[in-house]
Design a protein around this ligand. Structure first.
Ligand code: ASP
Length: 445
């Protein structure tokens, strides 16, 4: 809330919180949304959300020619559209809305974006959907940022998706925060491993109140994807920084590779499944599983929570491993350096991970090895230490992403306690999570 002189200043200019304003600062013209000053800045500051999405506090004395630009800040585009009218002749698709930036709006208290949007408002940002799908149902079991996601919610999503498919939907779109989107896409890939209809996970790097909102095109391309015959769980997001096309990337071989770029999701160790244009044009870039509408959706397995990712790095204390073993963890994924190394032949013997890893394996903890380099594969035979790790019983997980390995291990351990069987599950290629050969173009694609 503004008070005192600032309040007067705004009142004189007929400007209030939530208004789009134009003003001049040191000779340069600016515009943005006036946010409340909730004590995060000096009492003389006007809080402005700039077009770039970033908030600045500006002393009102420095601001010249402040005018109300005439419109109230609402969610980008939403106020323009009435409820969308879907055409029942179009393919039936459901939306599972879980939160994230794609369904957020500016919170005028803090000026930050907040997961507040009603699920049907998401659609109103993208009226083009009516020309592609008939929206059969919207399910919104929870609305959270993806950093707050948990394995029980992955299972809940899979149950809902299976239910929707068994009612006859041709595809399901999941809207979700981007930060942990690839964990969820891995989880859904494994839970619905035998299923043969498309599932698209979509998010946005910019919120709908911004001109650069990327969620609309992602949703349109997702709608094109789920009505195609590519029956895989995929993340469908911008392929470039422009609004030209999206990539559909296989759910177990994709990762957020940038904090904020609209094209942050890149395929890892493989090519995208397809390039998808908003007008429905598709270019298939990889082998894919084909749609088979006769297969019933069945959720397979769940998740054992006592699994951890532990990163190997210079100076990492081996007691970290002991901690997890003593806490009763059933599985560990070592995020190892490059080909599969951990601190082993250290200058000081006490710094070596080899004895604690041996203790972990001997105590019945499944230890898997995936590389922190992200690209490439771990290899148990190149160096002496790697041979020793393998002999100890540590399982080298080829070209699996660390995050995919973590989700897969939780899933495997939910199905059996028999570690031989867990190893078999971990090394079986269920949904394209392994590649025998990594094509050179896949690097930094
Ligand atoms: N932190 C947000 C989330 O993952 C970011 C986003 O949605 O893009 O939910």
């Amino acid at each position: 809330m503004y008070s005192g002189k600032v309040k007067e200043f705004l009142k004189k200019r007929k400007v209030s919180e939530g208004d789009f304003v134009k003003f001049v600062l040191k000779g340069v013209k600016y515009c943005g949304i006036l946010l409340p000053n909730e004590g995060t800045s000096s009492t003389d500051s006007l809080m402005i959300k700039q077009e770039s999405g970033y908030n600045v506090g500006i002393n009102y004395n420095d601001v010249e020619c402040l005018t109300n630009a005439g419109k109230k800040a609402t969610l980008g585009g939403v106020s323009k559209f009435k409820d969308l009218k879907f055409n029942k002749q179009m393919p039936n698709v459901s939306l599972v809305a879980t939160g994230g930036t794609i369904s957020s709006r500016v919170d005028y208290k803090t000026g930050g974006v907040y997961m507040l949007m009603e699920p049907n408002e998401i659609l109103k940002t993208t009226p083009e959907l009516v020309d592609i799908i008939n929206l059969d149902a919207i399910e919104s079991p929870f609305r959270i940022g993806s950093e707050d996601m948990s394995p029980d919610l992955w299972s809940l999503m899979a149950d809902i998706i299976a239910k929707r498919f068994n009612k006859g939907d041709v595809g399901v779109i999941v809207t979700h925060g981007t930060d942990t989107l690839h964990y969820t896409s891995s989880a859904l890939s494994f839970l619905l491993k035998d299923f043969q209809k498309p599932i698209a996970l979509v998010g946005a790097q910019r919120s709908p109140d911004r001109g650069s909102f990327d969620g609309s095109m992602n949703l349109i391309c997702a709608a094109q994807y789920v009505t195609s015959d590519i029956a895989e769980t995929a993340i469908v997001m911008h392929g470039t920084m422009n609004d030209d096309f999206c990539f559909a990337n296989r759910g177990t071989k994709v990762r957020k590779m940038h904090t904020s770029r609209r094209d942050a999701f890149r395929p890892i160790n493989t090519l995208p499944l397809a390039k998808i244009w908003p007008d429905g044009k598709k270019e298939v870039l990889n082998q894919y599983r084909k749609r088979d509408d006769s297969v019933k959706a069945k959720v397979c397995g769940g998740f054992e929570n006592k699994v951890a990712i532990i990163s190997a790095y210079p100076g990492a204390d081996p007691e970290i491993i002991d901690y997890y073993v003593d806490k009763g963890y059933k599985g560990i994924i070592i995020s190892s350096t490059a080909l599969g190394h951990v601190p082993g032949y250290t200058q000081k013997k006490k710094d070596s991970w080899l004895p604690v890893l041996k203790r972990a394996v001997d105590s019945g903890v499944f230890v898997g090895n995936a590389s922190q380099t992200i690209y490439g594969r771990v290899h148990p035979h190149v160096y002496r230490q790697l041979i020793e790790l393998e002999q100890m019983g540590i399982v080298f997980l080829e070209d699996l992403l660390v995050e995919t390995a973590y989700v897969k291990l939780m899933w495997a351990l939910s199905q059996t306690k028999d570690l031989k069987r867990v190893k078999e599950i971990m090394l079986t290629n269920y949904v394209g999570e392994f590649n025998q050969r990594i094509v050179p173009e896949a690097f930094l694609y």
